[in-house]
Ligand binder design. Sequence first.
Ligand code: PRP
Length: 207
Amino acid sequence: MDVHVVDHPLAKARLSTMRDARTDSAAFRAALHELTVMLVYEATRDMPVRIERIHTPVARTDGYALASPPLLVPVLRAGLGMADQAHKLIPDAQMGFVGLARDEETLKPTPYLESLPESLAERPVMVLDPMLATGGSMEYTIRLLIDRGATDVTAICALAAPEGIEHLEKTGLPLRVVTASIDERLNDSGFIVPGLGDAGDRQYGAV
Ligand code: PRP
């Protein structure tokens, strides 16, 4: 499994804002929006492009576009805070949705929404979720995508726990992870340490 940590001062700065317990919801959402732009920018770096001749006001030249815009899949709730920014960068992307809530006791994901195209063969997919903790939610989501024929899946996460990365590696699922940080560990409650708390609650309030 390919894991790419976006090691950039601006990404670190936005992630620090998100980590800081004094950051209110509006500032947290703003920092996540900006970080998402950087992560998606890096995640799309090697995507194939389509070239067509265009006219500038001065001359003819090559114009570029993504050859195959990915399907964006935010994992609700927290991934919703990444969806619009990713969509702005890739305006011709389609979007699917997966809703999962992690059981606070068992740490297992409970699905409540699945809105995805029937076939994902030949289509790159980008899963958007700020947090990869135990990896259970991401594994569940990736399996939904693979069941529909996806072979090119990238998980875009603001931060990840080493345990979650290890878990996904053990599944052997074909997957690439792009994140701004691999933190120290998970604590006994399944929270990433040092982490940022609960990305859903920090954006939208506790439920
Ligand atoms: C959080 C987070 C991930 C998941 C990560 O969501 O946004 O989806 O937990 O944990 P895991 O790697 O251990 O599965 P949560 O279930 O708290 O729901 P929310 O987005 O609605 O807050």
